[in-house]
Design a protein around this ligand. Sequence first.
Ligand SMILES: *Cc1c(COP(=O)(O)O)cnc(C)c1O
Length: 228
Amino acid sequence: MNDDLRTRLAEVDARIASAARAAGRTPEEITRIVVTKFHPASLVRELHDLGVRDVGENRQQELTAKRAELGDLDGLRWHFIGQAQTNKARAVRAGADVVHSVDRARLADALHAVAEPGDVRDVLVQVNLTDDPGRGGVAPSDLTALAEHVLGLDSLRLRGLMAVAPLDEEPARAFERLAGLAASLRAVAPDADWVSAGMSHDFAEAIAHGATHLRIGSAITGPRPDRR
Ligand SMILES: *Cc1c(COP(=O)(O)O)cnc(C)c1O
């Protein structure tokens, strides 16, 4: 067993718990997703041994391969947090228990079109907090329209919204804006109360502003191997 991994996981969990308490929240209401992108499937196995059940991947091929390799592990939930191409919707839907990155109606339609009868997938709408329209996520002004579109697709269950803090802004300010967007989402979809926000360097600020799902990579896994 990798003692460094165990130590980093415990340290991050302690920091999550103290940030939650500082915000008057309980750690139990927060889901810590360990982002394992670029790391081998063996790392996910070690994390599972340490009790981790929620893991995140940002590339469909890697998600598909790791899920296949780790099919023997009980109770793992795979979160897809990357940009998805519509022509990969079937593989994304098959590989992910939760899709965090629905950022356009066409992608929602593609995920819906490949659904097996009766199968419902949890999804979040990704919102772009930067001024750069090239970044992932729907513009805040289009959030409600996209949410309403997703609500009309019965194979998708809209759970909330996801965002990445811009690099050139204080994370706390960005997450404050996100909290406002989360409230406007709940106005049209009262059950969509998940807020997926917070990474290795800003999860405490995200917790202070209501994040329910943290996506933490390097603080737990250590530095990522070079992009393959
Ligand atoms: C890689 C990634 C993370 C985790 O990043 P760290 O800085 O390693 O914690 C979170 N969210 C998304 C969308 C990512 O691609």
